[in-house]
Design a protein around this ligand. Structure first.
Ligand code: AMP
Length: 282
């Protein structure tokens, strides 16, 4: 496995692979890897000749300085995990390698970013889109792998690829969870043992809502019931619980086709922000 810190080094490595006709799979991450990330590496390994993982904590997508400062980092442990899975290359640039200067462009995604994370994390998706576009240009993969965990991010990147004609196939992979249902996340390392147990409430709420909706309870009633539950849950704060169309992410008023619907939730346990989602029918 090669570790490339420079854009020129990863490009040189990949140019030789492409010249040899190899298919390139790409998994962009912010590091502090867990089984969720590793499932994406495994998917890429299955479907490509060469798998590249990037590790870059992108300052442009953090609107909260403290969140950026506290973001967990462990490049040595990450490299070991990637090597043991047979990842071929890790691209782990420094901030100045990716941003010689602060980007000036603003990319807008219209209605897709006017909901959920777009409301609570101002300019977040602009930062995501810029770094993903830069990485796509540098790596130029055949296929890129993302987690359903960041559903809105996936839809935004699908829009970016579509509107700017990147010749890249995108795959969204299932959410990997802890035994209590908590979606794996690098930020979970900031939860205490007790908080990790409490954080299961987000998954339990999604399951409860899913069951009720499939039994015919109305969207308004389900939304109300989950919101009320959180008012009585002192250890967790709800930011939003939205029942949406899984493609355009706009809220639905009633369930017409259950296959089109996703349930999305975000909130805090302690001072750690967590997001999760579930398709009504997978
Ligand atoms: P991050 O390092 O948080 O930027 O995540 C990198 C990629 O891993 C993104 O495509 C995430 O959606 C994906 N990912 C994060 N957590 C999980 C999980 N629990 N299961 C599957 N994929 C995940």
């Amino acid at each position: 496995m090669i570790l490339a810190y420079k854009i020129s080094d990863i490009k040189n490595f990949l140019q030789a692979q492409k010249a040899a006709g190899k298919r390139i799979g790409f998994v962009p991450t912010m590091g502090a890897l867990h089984q969720g990330h590793l499932s994406l590496i495994e998917a890429s390994k299955r479907e490509n000749d060469i798998t590249v993982c990037s590790i870059f904590v992108n300052p442009e997508q953090f609107n909260n300085k403290e969140d950026l400062a506290k973001y967990p980092k462990d490049l040595d442990a990450d490299a070991k995990m990637l090597e043991s899975l047979g990842c071929d290359a890790v691209f782990c640039p420094a901030d100045r390698e990716m941003y010689l200067k602060k980007p000036r462009i603003k990319i807008s995604f219209g209605k897709l970013e006017e909901v959920m994370e777009g409301i609570y994390r101002k300019d977040h998706f602009n930062g995501v889109a810029i770094i993903v576009a830069k990485l796509f240009h540098i790596i130029n993969p055949d296929t890129a792998y993302f987690g359903q965990k960041d559903l809105q991010q996936f839809r935004i990147i699908a829009c970016l690829v579509d509107d700017l004609s990147f010749p890249i196939v995108l795959k969204d992979m299932p959410i990997i969870r802890e035994t209590n249902g908590l979606a794996m996340s690098s930020r979970n390392s900031r939860l205490s043992k007790e908080e990790k147990i409490q954080a299961g409430v987000f998954y339990q709420s999604l399951k409860k809502a899913q069951k009720a909706l499939l039994e015919g309870v109305s969207v308004a009633q389900v939304k109300n019931s989950i919101t009320q539950d959180f008012k009585l849950t002192p250890f967790a704060q709800l930011e939003y619980f939205n029942i949406v169309n899984r493609l355009d992410l706009q809220e639905v008023k009633q369930i017409e086709n259950p296959k089109d619907v996703a349930l999305c939730i975000a909130g805090y346990v302690g001072n750690v922000r967590l997001i999760d989602n579930m398709y009504l029918i997978s």
